[in-house]
Design a protein around this ligand. Sequence first.
Ligand code: SF4
Length: 284
Amino acid sequence: MQSCLRDHSLEFRLLGSGHGMAPPGRVNAELQASRANMAVGAPHLQTRLPASHNARMTVRERVAKLVKAWPKVYPNAHCELDFRNPLELLVATILSAQCTDKRVNMVTPTLFKKYRTAKDYANASQAEFESAIKSTGFYRSKTKSIRAAMRAIAEEHGGKVPDTMEELNALPGVGRKTANVVLGNAFHKNEGIVVDTHVIRLSQRLGLTKHKDAEKIERDLMKLVPHEHWTDWSHWLIWHGRRRCYARRPDCSNCEVFRLCPSGKVFLQTGVAKKPVPSRCVFL
Ligand code: SF4
């Protein structure tokens, strides 16, 4: 009992008490209307909010409330890749493709000890480097990308990782997402928003985009999220995606931003969400 009550009171602290739940009958009618207009988990949610999630609130207002709520939910949200400088972060980010940050953090201490400069990476033996990063997966293409990017950094940027989107994006194997990670976390520049699998999923569930393509989602988010929070925003969504809003069974009954999410109630009602314990959860 304690955990649900504790979470719920946290939610009230975070979101205020002005968004009361609608009576069950009304909720059901709203849910039926919602279901008629969308598939569960589909991103077409922002125009069909159940009233229990405050239909009068615009998407922009919800984002404003989320921006206030997230720092209380995740006061320590940060990039979970270990690094000490932009070069290390660039390497770690390339390694993190299709791999967990935890696994990357297991590989990088040895790597960072052996390869310290862009030239070190550029001159590394392909076979030796592949073997060092093998456990992160896709090790052949990652090795090629890292060596090519580092060669360009050594030859064209004096060995220093560039700090603009244009220059980073021009490095071999460095896409917009990687560039955003480096700019936001190593240079503290909000030039864009990192859109990974968690940010895609949560942006759709929170009704902030109807797109599936990462660059289009980033454009939608950049219009909604205040510029000073662009880097934080991806940390918040990634942390929530890893800790609560799982891909398969989101933990909606304990979600700290339940009342700001148009998908939560639908997921609970349809069984998409992790099974709540009715006697313990005040949401139902
Ligand atoms: S209510 Fe559920 S779907 Fe919405 S953010 Fe929370 S965990 Fe994710």
